[in-house]
Design a protein around this ligand. Sequence first.
Ligand code: HEM
Length: 240
Amino acid sequence: MATTTRPQLVKGSRAARTTIALKLLMAVSGLLFIGFVLGHMYGNLKAFSGEEAFNEYAHHLRELGEPMLPHEGFLWIMRVGLIVAVIVHIACAAILAARAAKARPVKYVAKKNRGSSISSRTMRWGGVTILVFLVWHLLNFTIVKVNPSNGETGDPDGSAYGLLVDTFDLWWMTVLYLLAMVALALHLHHGTFSSLQTLGFTNSATSRARARAAGWVVAIVVAGGFSLVPLSVLVGIIEK
Ligand code: HEM
């Protein structure tokens, strides 16, 4: 009897330990993203200071850390960090989802949706939506620099501001970005709470309430702040 239960216990606790490790990795990589989107959103607001200020900001990003770092050195450290974080975040999510499905092969229909928020129920599809958005976003602004308003690629006038205004002068591009920001807000709302929970910051009713509030603040500040620029271009507050 003892010989059959002992190995199972050891196996079970190892699975529990790796589940905790996976959740910790998700939380830490998620917090890294929050730091990035906060900084990126803040940087985008430079568009309100005009063409020169925005282009200068984009230029400074490439010079950050010089001469200690090579040109674009800081940007590349950030890019590599983000790529690693994306891979870790998605891989952990996939492994945890597979484990949850294995633990409960038959769906628990009766309790489905009870007491859960829309943001917690849309984490998986929200994450996929953000990933698809990110691919389009990088093609649009960084890798190919697609200018959808005149079908050009490349960056003929070398201006980050010009591409920004041309992009959001198109109503459908603004709508596309705003929809992505809704997905981002939902993901950040639950993700912030969830990562604080994993890190042990929700052990009392007060700390749970604080973690929930933090989820709302991060979601509204980031998605709201990002939405300001496309909306302002569309209504003509930001223009060339
Ligand atoms: C309305 C929302 C957004 C706007 C207007 C915007 C605008 C921009 C612009 C103009 C650039 C090019 C910057 C440059 O080359 O100097 C850029 C780059 C980038 N954006 Fe966004 N962005 C938005 C949302 C997001 C979100 C939500 C994410 C992440 C989920 C994101 C991730 C990135 C990344 C990874 C880069 C590339 C940075 C690099 O490696 O050079 N952006 N964005």
